[in-house]
Write a protein that binds this ligand. Structure first.
Ligand code: FAD
Length: 321
């Protein structure tokens, strides 16, 4: 039996988190030894971009090419995905955990009478029932949840699986869906991103600065390093509280939770509330002049040194590469 994957796209590109969801579903079909992965995409997006979802392991992409579906119309997306789910006769839907993904998944759980687990970090264990491991308490613990319904929905946490990139192109097929006015009754209003800025929650690399940088006038070197790495910039809470940086850059328990491939923390002590927002990062590099800074315990690599000496040298070396 095939597995359906709901994929999100923005600015003409399928989101990396959705490609991870496809990779997850691909592993799931390998585990059960049956079926293939069928993705469903809604709204205006280029066919070649959709075909490339095959690299992550989808055999086919069903495309409801209706411009009304391009923005996050949650109810309409839930209706369209439910119709795709029924049309292909599957029992399992996989999607990326995201604000839109969670909102769509909750509605689908009702429509499909499906058990839903969000923040999934591993393939389900089917040796005794259907047990799904998920991340809880901002990544500090795990819980195991059993799904007992026939229909199942799994929302996969970012970075929980390695992205598959070696598949061939997927075939893209038109999907016709019946939608009513009530499906478009509410809509997520998206905000325009500032020119050239990489969005923090989706960034693959983040360079963050803390109070150790002494003042907003010193952020030029953080921005320079971030630009060199193609990274988004973040900061600790006190930094945004004092107004050195905008609030949307504040990373941590009470701010943005990030899960990049690389998180570089400069002049940040590593308080538990900051770590709560970064502990899903694949690799953490800490630069701090205090060898006893708690952040070093969570670091994959650490540089004990003065940020004002280390950062310009690091940026210069990266630029020279
Ligand atoms: P500091 O703790 O002052 O650390 C500065 C660091 O810079 C030190 O380790 C120092 O050694 C180093 N340093 C100084 N000079 C240099 C230099 N020249 N070169 C290199 N290193 C240098 N914080 C968050 O970040 N995010 C949150 O979401 C968050 N939520 C919170 C929620 C609650 C309820 C509470 C109570 C607190 C929260 N905090 C949060 C605050 C958190 O507890 C810490 O106070 C905060 O993270 C510290 O920020 P900091 O590391 O930038 O500053």
């Amino acid at each position: 039996m095939s597995i359906l994957v709901y994929i999100e796209h923005a600015e003409g590109k399928v989101k990396k988190t959705s490609l991870e969801a496809v990779s997850f579903a691909n592993k799931l079909t390998a585990q059960t030894g049956e079926g293939d992965v069928i993705a469903v995409a809604l709204g205006t997006v280029d066919s070649a971009e959709l075909a490339s979802v095959g690299k992550a392991g989808a055999a086919k992409v069903l495309h409801a090419d209706d411009s009304r579906l391009t923005d996050g119309v949650i109810q309409a997306h839930a209706s369209a995905v439910a119709q795709a789910f029924t049309a292909i006769g599957t029992k399992t839907l996989v999607l990326a955990k995201s604000s839109l993904g969670d909102a769509v998944a909750a509605r689908l759980a009702i429509k499909l009478n499906a058990g839903l687990v969000s923040n999934v970090v591993e393939l389900p264990n089917t040796s005794n029932g259907y047990v799904v491991k998920r991340s809880i308490y901002t990544g500090k613990a795990f819980a195991e949840t059993t799904i007992t319904t026939d229909n199942k929905i799994l929302a996969v946490k970012k970075n929980a699986v390695d992205l598959k990139t070696d598949g061939g192109d997927a075939t893209v097929e038109k999907l016709s869906v019946n939608l009513s006015d009530s499906d478009f009754a509410s809509k997520i209003i998206t905000t325009e991103r500032a020119t050239g800025e990489i969005l923090l929650p989706e960034a693959d690399i983040v360079v963050s600065g803390g109070r150790g940088l002494k003042g907003p006038e010193n952020w030029g070197m953080i921005e320079d390093l971030a630009k060199t790495l193609g990274a988004a910039t973040g900061c600790s809470k006190p930094v945004s509280d004092i107004g050195w940086r905008p609030h949307h850059e504040h990373v941590g328990q009470t701010g943005v939770k990030v899960a990049p491939t690389l998180y570089v923390a400069v002049g940040i002590s590593g308080a538990i509330q900051h770590l709560a927002g970064v502990n899903s990062s694949k690799c953490i590099v800490v630069i701090n002049k205090d060898p006893e800074a708690p952040f070093f315990k969570a670091a994959d690599y650490g540089i004990v040194g003065d940020a004002f000496e280390v950062i310009p040298k690091l940026t210069e070396a990266l630029k020279a590469e």
